[in-house]
Design a binder for this molecule. Structure first.
Ligand code: GLN
Length: 282
């Protein structure tokens, strides 16, 4: 069968299975099997593929039809133009989170400094920031060892040497002998912020992502409020705190930051027009 015919068949199957982006899913999976990019596929769609390639592709399409996220099937996702390895141990980096990276970069007002990313997952935010600010030192922490290993692997394969990753329950590692007294100019986090009973958790890719990266107590606010109330100890005198949150949480996060003494507090919208990131400085 030609690549075009194979793609069309797969896209129809994924559409019936309820994928919101059936054609793109099929193209990305076929590119993964062939080791080619999508431009190649558009040029050579009338080529035939081998039976072995077809079988591998069909197995991936079947897993996708069951709901498995494309990023877990291919083991990678692009974020901020960086190709990141992904795994079911971490959240899949989302385009919305690039808003947080943009804002962190625009808070930079000195050539060198320290940036901390809490709950770094694949390392997406930390690595995007580090790649843009090579003279800054970036630390990413995550509760899960598997995430820390993946983030380190991503730093290594991207050749980013100014970001390192440690296992830590939020700020805990900063109390250890080697790190005590370290202050940061910028602290960012995309913490879990979804309420345990949110129906969104039963739809699409989130069903396959680690709950610990998505769900927080107190209607999704527990970790956000913990970070607002503890970050100050680890920030420099006019340091910035930037937090991603749910689109209905902006008011509460803004109030909490103001109460904790942050200045120029504001919320910024993501690409979908939702208030997604709130930031302020000491
Ligand atoms: N924005 C993600 C979603 O709604 C959740 C990310 C998070 O909880 N930090 O799927």
């Amino acid at each position: 069968m030609s690549l075009d015919a194979l793609l069309q068949q797969a896209a129809q199957r994924l559409q019936r299975a309820g994928s919101s982006s059936p054609r793109v899913d099929a193209e990305v999976l076929l590119c993964h099997v062939l080791g080619r990019d999508r431009t190649w596929l558009y040029t050579w769609g009338d080529k035939m593929c081998s039976l072995w390639e077809q079988a591998r592709f069909e197995a991936l399409v079947a897993a996708r039809a069951q709901g498995t996220p494309v990023a877990y099937l291919t083991g990678e996702r692009e974020f901020w133009g960086l190709r990141l390895a992904t795994s079911p141990d971490t959240l899949i980096p989302r385009p919305d989170t690039e808003t947080l990276v943009e804002l962190a970069l625009s808070s930079v007002n000195q050539p060198t400094g320290r940036m901390l990313d809490l709950g770094t997952g694949t390392g997406a935010i930390a690595l995007a920031f580090a790649s843009e600010q090579p003279d800054w030192q970036v630390l990413g922490v995550d509760l899960r060892f598997e995430a820390v290993a993946l983030a380190n692997q991503n730093a290594h394969s991207l050749g980013i040497t100014n970001a390192r990753f440690l296992q830590s329950d939020w700020f805990a590692v900063l109390e250890s002998y080697d790190e005590v007294g370290t202050l940061f100019d910028i602290i960012v986090s995309n913490p879990p912020y979804i309420a345990a009973d949110d129906p969104h958790l039963a739809e699409g890719d989130v069903r396959f992502e680690p709950r610990s990266a998505l769900v927080a107590d107190a209607c999704g606010m527990a970790d956000l409020l913990h970070l607002v109330n503890t970050a100050q100890r680890y920030l420099t005198a006019s340091g910035w705190l930037l937090l991603e949150h749910g689109y209905q949480q902006a008011d509460v996060v803004r109030e909490a930051l103001e109460r904790a003494g942050y200045q120029n507090v504001e919320s910024v919208r993501d690409l979908g027009g939702h208030e997604r990131v709130t930031l302020g400085h000491l």
